[in-house]
Design a binder for this molecule. Structure first.
Ligand code: MG
Length: 304
């Protein structure tokens, strides 16, 4: 199944996407977390109703929205990306990928809708960069999850772009929170593809394009720490919950590592694509004020 959160007829709804149409679900399923919990109990209980809309007539929101917790992220999970950063490492002195996954988080309101205009944040950064990543959506709560059990805790997969302000990563003590958490910057979606439809999440082509030019092109098979290991390490003593989102790292080709470095500019079209899931298309805009879900009906991180 492909499950999205949509804004339609003045409401935010979880919905099923099929053949270019968006179908309403049982109204007792008020948000994506409720859908996830029911699907994990019995997928057949998440069935489309007859009311539907053309995909063109709804606004897609981030597929889990609102997020209940920060997005969990893995850094340095593709060797080629680690290597390309060697000359300008934000954490100098680290010569090789650590033995256990490097983990950080992004603020909830940093997540943007799959087709939203993304703010250039010109007052905060001059170095906004791209990072296409496979996102894993947690289905079943768990703590101390064993690698061999990890797949049973996954609900599905989505495309994400861990958009990063490189100068803010360095300006605040070489951390990966502030530089990764600017409002409405990091698109996710366009929907969640449930785990039963992805035969092997470690064999997915992923690509990032800027103005049609391929900047990143790789495959999830090159992840240093694969998803079961990531979930096992992340859940050690720390409970994961249904609807939690994990960004699993970006391959090589980010702008900051290029010679000369490249950063997102006003008007750029950022496209993030993963095989068997879909594509995010976001225009970068100067002066955009993100409208994170502050007010009902303004379920922003959507289009401003
Ligand atoms: Mg990243």
């Amino acid at each position: 199944m492909r499950l999205a959160t949509v804004f339609v007829d003045g409401r935010v709804l979880p919905a099923l996407v099929r053949d270019g149409r968006v179908y309403a679900l049982d109204p007792s399923l008020t948000d994506m977390v409720a859908v996830i919990e029911r699907w994990m109990d019995d997928p057949t209980l998440v069935a489309p109703l007859t009311s539907s809309w053309s995909l063109d007539d709804v606004r897609l929101l981030p597929p889990v929205w609102p997020l209940r917790r920060n997005v969990f992220c893995v850094g340095w999970n593709y060797q080629a990306h680690f290597d390309e950063g060697a000359k300008d490492r934000s954490m100098p002195g680290i010569q090789e990928i650590p033995a256990r996954p490097t983990l950080f988080s992004k603020a909830t309101l940093s997540v943007a809708a799959p087709h939203a205009d993304l703010p250039l944040h010109e007052a905060s950064t001059t170095r906004l960069d791209w990072e296409v990543e496979l996102a894993v959506v947690i289905g079943r709560a768990g703590v101390n999850i064993r690698e061999e059990d990890a797949a049973a805790h996954v609900f599905g997969y989505a495309v994400a772009n861990d958009v990063s302000a490189r100068d803010l990563q360095r300006a605040h003590g070489n951390q990966w929170l502030k530089g990764k958490s600017l409002d409405g910057c990091s698109p996710m979606g366009p929907w969640i593809v449930t785990r039963d439809e992805i035969a092997d999440p470690q064999a997915l082509e992923l690509e990032c394009r800027v103005n049609g030019v391929v900047k990143q092109k790789s495959n999830t098979r090159y992840q240093v720490f694969q998803i079961p290991r990531i979930l096992a390490e992340l859940s050690q003593g720390m409970t994961l919950l249904p609807g939690d989102v994990v960004f699993t790292g970006t391959p090589d080709g980010v702008g900051n590592a290029r010679q000369p470095p490249e950063y997102l500019q006003d008007g750029d079209l950022l496209e993030s694509e993963i095989e068997s899931i879909g594509v995010l298309r976001n225009r970068i805009r100067r002066g955009v004020v993100p409208r994170p879900a502050a007010a009902p009906g303004r379920t922003g991180a959507a289009r401003s």
